[in-house]
Design a protein around this ligand. Structure first.
Ligand code: G3I
Length: 383
């Protein structure tokens, strides 16, 4: 079928070109890939040839991924092309939240999350799970519960059903999200109001049982944005230390990092403090008002510089799709062109990986007597 279609197109182009004044030029100007295979020329290929994948560069310095949030509506067209080319992990932006996954008690809906996880599996991408317990996007039937035993059982059912469904397919889960106030105390929510702080251990225990291999995270905002002495940061550290000491299976802290312009200077020291008290940590929802290149570099470099910071997730690919679109906080513009921040990251992190490869290669070279290794090492994978 395709052969006859291709032959017909070829024949018609040759006939047209035969009658034209510059037949060769006419044939050369045809975008055969587009004509014959239906590929759209959206400019991505042009960019992809000149810029590296931020995920590949991040992996080359020993990190697990550079990811972005996504959902089913972002898995086609140019968005999917960029996702495939430049990102190594997807986090469900909305499809994993309680109001979507269990809008009525016991009536689960995993259509959107299934689609994302299946897409990730088919395309060799990692998944961060987001999120089982959050005070927001919470159905009213949960908020109305005022009995400890009922709420405990509801949390256990919700967490074990959602996390258990994807056991073995999700790298990390945000088991609890945004549970702290700005003053470092625990936020008012049905969970806290009914169960006190026990809701944390109840949720983590259920998560651990449902997927023993997933890394279990506590995720929040304004924990690296404001500085290491900010009450929310120190409050989180005090609680998490206490819970881990009590045996709550918390593996990681997620720093959302929704930054205002000028806040990046606060990130390195704060992230270091948070990462120091857990096995691993990650930046989970990065976006920066106005996306200044220097601010992105300072922010992402802070994860690059911490050994147990395993990855970074940006909260969207292109500006118009951001939850705060008017502040243009992401790495791609509305036409999917990379912004200066993307290029600056490739440059900065690329020099890390070159240095790392040179060090490794020199060590190998001195061991083997091969002094040319450092010059030939190609640490970053270009597309
Ligand atoms: O899907 C419905 C649609 O059916 C309806 O017609 C429309 C009308 O408002 O709303 C749609 O739902 C919206 C949903 O995004 C999907 O687009 C919700 O109103 C809207 O509130 C929701 O916003 C999300 C927000 O979390 C609240 O859940 C944002 O997309 C998402 O980026 C944002 O992400 C959060 C993280 O989960 C936690 N940290 C902060 C971060 C930014 O707010």
């Amino acid at each position: 079928m395709r052969t006859s279609f291709i032959s017909a197109v070829l024949a018609s182009q040759i006939i047209t070109s035969y009658a034209a004044p510059h037949p060769i030029e006419v044939i050369q100007n045809i975008d055969w890939e587009k004509e014959l295979l239906g590929r759209s020329d959206d400019g991505l290929e042009k960019r992809a040839r000149s810029e590296k994948s931020i995920d590949a560069v991040f992996k080359s310095i020993g990190k697990q991924y550079f990811g972005t949030c996504a959902d089913q509506n972002r898995l086609s067209g140019t968005n999917a092309d960029v996702l495939l080319a430049d990102f190594g992990q997807v986090t469900p932006e909305n499809s994993g939240k309680w109001d979507t996954t269990e809008p009525q008690q016991g009536k689960f809906n995993f259509q959107g999350l299934d689609a994302l996880v299946n897409w990730a599996q088919s395309n060799n991408k990692l998944v961060r799970g987001h999120t089982t317990l959050w005070y927001s996007q919470l159905p009213s039937w949960v908020s109305a519960i005022n009995n400890k035993a009922t709420l405990t059982s509801v949390i256990q059912t919700h967490v074990s059903t959602e996390i258990g469904r994807y056991a073995g397919k999700v790298l990390q889960w945000d088991v609890v999200n945004e549970i702290f106030n700005e003053d470092g105390t625990l936020r008012n929510s049905v969970f806290h109001n009914v169960l006190g702080e026990d809701f944390v251990s109840i949720a983590f225990a259920a998560a651990k049982k449902a997927d023993p291999k997933a890394k279990l995270y506590i995720n929040d905002y304004n924990t690296v944005e404001k500085g290491s002495t900010y009450a929310k940061t120190t409050g989180m550290i005090t609680y998490v230390k206490k819970w881990i000491a009590a045996g709550v299976p918390i593996d990681g802290i997620g720093a959302q990092a929704h930054l205002q312009s000028g806040e990046s200077k606060n990130v390195p020291a704060s992230l270091k403090e948070l990462c120091a008290i857990v096995s691993e940590c990650a930046m989970t929802e990065v976006d920066i008002v106005n996306a200044a290149a220097s601010e992105y570099v300072t922010t992402i470099k802070s994860c690059a510089d911490i050994a147990n910071c395993v990855g970074v997730t940006v909260w969207g690919i292109r500006d118009p799709d951001s939850w705060r679109a008017s502040s243009n906080p992401l790495l791609f513009d509305s036409n999917y062109n990379t912004k200066p921040a993307y290029s600056a990251l490739i440059q900065t992190l690329g020099s890390y990986s070159t240095a790392k490869a040179t060090t490794t290669a020199s060590a190998t070279g001195s061991a083997t007597g091969n002094s040319t290794l450092s010059a030939t090492a190609t640490p970053t994978q270009s597309k």
